[in-house]
Ligand binder design. Structure first.
Ligand code: AMP
Length: 437
């Protein structure tokens, strides 16, 4: 469907033409007319489906047409997002789509000084994109008032709950007046989210673009079984033999991220990281450099998993499987975006079989396995059946004694790889708690 048919004005139509958006995506086709008409929305859409434009375009059109003057320390449209990166990205979309409209916008998030944010808010802002914690701080310090809020957008609502923002969200909801439009977007819909929607939304239009909890079909996904201690070697091997270009790699903990980045950098591979311990400026810089193709490998914890829009990313690698099965969908949603195809490869060790089984149950699919020659694990990964059952451990084919041992499987033609020492390698210890992300 064309954007003109959806009721967007000429200014937005020419911006979209310049951006090369020819037709509306399914979520846009349903969301845009509903948002223009002032309806509440509860939208389940896969990552990369164009949901940001689905709410940003009609909201920009509405506020520019209404020409309400925003008061000091006030805001007309409040967009809540789970992470700082997503705040920057959604704000960037508002700016891009609204570049020829008289609409002001701003992003406020934690991890950076609050003072410049307080200064900027004095003038009031039409669209504020914020993370819940920082928004509440600003509110409690009287830097922001909610009396003019017309529309509240909750983007990646499930992620906000996963990250423990329930209390902040409830405090914000309590401070907002009831007469407003509310748009709730979430890639996955848990019972908790549905309960929240029940409290917040008024006769919402439900948009469910895809079957729930499925992964994008264009993404080719498979698992490479491997022993835990050999994941780094395997990653380097796959990178080299498959001649991968840019890869986004997900690792469970911040320590794990840093360890992998250090190994890659030591081998002169251009790598950078994003995780919760890094200052905001360097996280954004790493992302920008990755987007600009100045960094080949971006290693991240799940902080980076949702909402990041990286064009034409061909490979996502799960170095570790996510602890929360839904995160798998978000992680691999970084590839195969906007019609492109992609690959998602998970390096899975025996310890992770329960996580694998939970993912397969969620996506209702048994992931293909492809053992890599010379990396067949000593600790076999039990078979799973995609229905939450872990089947009997397969027997490992017996290898002749002489070929066993710690140096097994390190091909001697690898450039830059450590020569086998004959000593057992130390297993990398990764702590599995969510706080370490
Ligand atoms: P989102 O799901 O909002 O993160 O958007 C995913 C990507 O699709 C972004 O790079 C958008 O710029 C792009 N996009 C959104 N809508 C369209 C459209 N109608 N035509 C082409 N690209 C689009």
């Amino acid at each position: 469907m064309s954007f003109a048919e959806l009721g967007l004005n000429d200014v937005l139509l020419s911006t979209l033409a310049r951006l090369g958006y020819e037709t509306a995506t399914p979520v846009q086709a349903q969301a845009i007319p509903a948002v223009l008409a002032g309806r509440d929305l509860m939208a389940a859409a896969q990552t990369g489906t164009g949901k940001t434009a689905g709410f940003a375009l009609p909201l920009l059109q509405r506020i520019s047409a209404e020409s309400v003057t925003v008061n000091a320390n006030s805001v007309l449209i409040l967009v809540l997002v789970p992470t700082r990166e997503l705040a920057e990205q959604v704000h960037g979309s508002f700016r891009e789509y609204g570049e020829n409209l008289p609409v002001s916008s701003y992003a406020a998030y934690g991890g950076v000084s609050i003072n410049p944010q307080m200064m900027r808010l004095r003038r009031g802002v039409d669209v504020l994109v914020a993370t819940p914690g920082r928004l509440l701080d600003l509110y409690r310090q009287n830097a922001i008032k909610f009396s003019q809020v017309q529309t509240l957008v909750l983007d990646e609502a499930d992620r906000m709950l996963d990250l423990g923002f329930a209390n902040e969200l409830n405090a914000v909801f309590a401070a907002l007046h009831k007469r407003r439009q509310t748009l709730l977007f979430s890639a996955t819909f848990s019972d908790e989210i549905r309960a929240m929607a029940g409290k917040l939304l008024n006769n919402p239009l439900s948009i469910d673009i895809s079957p729930r909890n499925t992964t994008v079909k264009r993404i080719k996904q498979w698992v490479v079984p491997v022993d835990k201690k050999r994941k780094t070697e395997l990653f380097l091997h796959l990178l080299k033999t498959n001649r991968w270009g840019q890869v986004l790699v997900f690792v469970k903990t911040r320590k794990g991220v840093e360890a992998l980045v250090q190994t890659l950098q030591a081998k002169k591979i251009n790598a950078d990281s994003i995780h919760g311990d890094k200052p905001q400026a360097s996280r954004l810089q790493a992302l920008e450099r990755f987007k600009a193709n100045e960094v080949q490998i971006l290693v991240a914890t799940d902080v980076a998993a949702r909402g990041l829009d990286i064009d034409d990313l061909p490979q996502v690698v799960n170095f570790d499987l996510p602890i929360v099965a839904e995160d798998y969908i978000h992680r691999i949603g970084r590839t195969g975006r906007a019609g492109a195809s992609g690959e998602a490869i998970s390096l899975v060790c025996a310890d992770e079989v329960n996580l694998l089984s939970a993912i397969e149950t969620l996506i209702k699919q048994t992931l293909d396995r492809a053992e890599e020659p010379d990396f067949e694990p000593d600790h076999r990964v039990p078979m799973t059946n995609g229905a939450g059952q872990i089947l009997k451990k397969p027997k490992k084919p017996k290898a002749p004694k002489s070929s066993r041992g710690p140096s097994k499987g390190v091909p001697n033609n690898w450039v830059g790889f450590d020569a086998p020492t004959g000593k057992p390698r130390k297993a990398v210890v990764r702590k599995g708690n969510a706080k370490g992300r």
